[in-house]
Ligand binder design. Structure first.
Ligand SMILES: *Cc1c(COP(=O)(O)O)cnc(C)c1O
Length: 234
């Protein structure tokens, strides 16, 4: 029973992404669905993989390690979408395919030097930007991004590939749209300043409540959790 419902939810979310992409005159393959599995067990995450969803994300490093271990042999691309503490870098970098949540220059520097020590050539990462201005939100202030991108030109292992943002908890839909649009506009302004080692191709924005707005505003990755697990996880 449960896997059927999971497959239905996945198909529904994919369908809504496709329609939103069409409204923004893009094709559905321009948007990658990252399934955030923090509400689900490893067993349910494994069912998602069986349904063909190979991009999985977690917000806590320890939980990501645990599920990555449990699902070991599957060809999953793991995404870390929450804060990475520096003492967790070594165990996280070898497992992940993208870190969405780089929120300080210190973290970025530490990641680059640890990636070098671990022999990892290429660590795809996104700068997390606080687009809602809410104080509780992680992320860099938008006006800090240019300096970090300029400094990142000297990094040898971490590759910044774009930006990540989260809409404010209390924002109404127009405000959510404005916040997503501000992230896209920031990305567009930063693009000409990027060195060859830094790109601004990716925009990670949109969660269960607002992923369609995010796609309409140009998201290339949406991070969807609870909408996938309705009726599956209590
Ligand atoms: C939990 C989480 C998500 C998914 O949230 P839902 O509202 O359940 O879709 C997306 N991004 C981040 C950073 C998260 O922590």
């Amino acid at each position: 029973m449960v896997p059927d419902r999971l497959a239905e939810n996945l198909a529904e979310v994919r369908g809504r992404i496709d329609m939103a992409a069409a409204r923004s005159a893009r094709t559905a393959d321009a948007v990658r669905l990252v399934a955030i599995t923090k509400y689900a067990s490893s067993g349910i995450a494994a069912k998602l993989v069986e349904c063909g969803c190979l991009d999985l994300g977690e917000s806590r490093p320890q939980e990501l390690w645990r599920k990555a271990d449990a699902l070991g042999s599957a060809p999953i691309r793991w995404h870390l979408v929450g804060h990475l503490q520096r003492n967790k870098i070594d165990r996280t970098l070898p497992v992940v395919s993208c870190i969405h949540s780089v929120d300080s220059w210190r973290l970025l520097q530490a990641m680059d030097s640890r990636a070098s020590a671990l022999g990892l050539q290429h660590v795809p990462s996104l700068l997390e930007i606080n687009i809602s201005g809410e104080r509780a939100k992680q992320g860099l202030a938008p006006d800090e991004a240019p300096r970090i991108i300029a400094q990142a030109a000297a990094m040898t292992h971490v590759r910044i590939q774009g930006l990540m943002g989260m809409a404010g908890l209390y924002s109404d839909r127009d405000q959510v749209r404005r916040e997503f649009r501000s992230l896209r506009e920031l990305r567009d302004r930063l693009r000409p300043e990027c060195s060859p080692r830094v790109s601004m191709d990716e925009l990670s924005m949109g969660m269960s409540a607002d992923f369609e707005l995010a796609v309409e505003e140009g998201a290339t990755m949406v991070r969807v959790g609870s909408a996938l697990f309705e009726g599956v996880v209590a």
